[in-house]
Design a protein around this ligand. Structure first.
Ligand SMILES: [Zn+2]
Length: 204
């Protein structure tokens, strides 16, 4: 069942402490949201360090990203709303800015990071074996969130998460626990790919 605002705000504050503790929210980056029972969304306000947010740093927006309480939402609110609109079962969205995602997406050309052979991929819905193949789409960064969300909407299929080049990762799930699992798995897998690249030599 979708949570009420107070419950969602507590989940978001806890997520901020966890993700900042992982080093995935440097310099106040990143944003987190939870879909509420009334159809609106609780999301982090703009510009606060996510490791130090409190309940007052969470606000409500509608599915178009418009403020419902006068506060100013994170700059990337439209990308959260996209995840909710594209998949009705999405209950929570987390956006991280980790070193492995930032570095690897700048190094790798192309529109996807292809993964196979990893046990941890089973954290993604529908993946039963390490022999599966999972592609995480990679989109070029853009300061125009409307343009970026249109590009993502046009090409995002059934991926469990996606990456933005030189920027970060978006993951989602049916609730905060599921979204946290997806993001932790995706970050782990990207870090593994970066380590493999270093072991094998970065190449051209
Ligand atoms: Zn970001």
């Amino acid at each position: 069942m979708a949570p009420d605002f107070d419950t969602a705000a507590r989940q978001i504050v806890e997520a901020g402490r966890w993700l900042a503790g992982c080093g995935w929210a440097p310099a106040g980056a990143g944003n987190y949201s939870v879909r509420l029972g009334d159809g609106s969304v609780a999301i982090t306000v703009s510009g606060r360090h996510k490791g130090r947010i409190g309940l007052d740093d969470v606000m409500r927006v509608d599915l178009d990203g418009r403020s419902l309480d006068g506060k100013t939402p994170s700059a990337e609110t439209l990308l959260h709303m996209l995840a909710y609109r594209m998949e009705p079962r999405t209950g929570a969205v987390l956006h991280t800015h980790s070193l492995p995602v930032t570095v690897l997406t700048r190094h790798l050309p192309g529109g996807a990071l292809h993964l196979d052979g990893y046990e941890v991929m089973k954290a993604f819905g529908g993946v039963q074996t390490h022999q599966a193949r999972v592609a995480l789409p990679v989109f070029d960064n853009d300061q125009d969130m409307t343009a970026l969300s249109l590009r993502i909407e046009a090409s995002l299929a059934s991926a469990p998460a996606y990456l933005i080049r030189g920027h970060g990762l978006y993951g989602w799930g049916a609730d905060m626990e599921a979204a946290s699992c997806v993001v932790e798995a995706a970050e782990f897998l990207v870090a593994c790919e970066l380590e493999l690249l270093k072991l094998n030599g970065a190449g051209p």
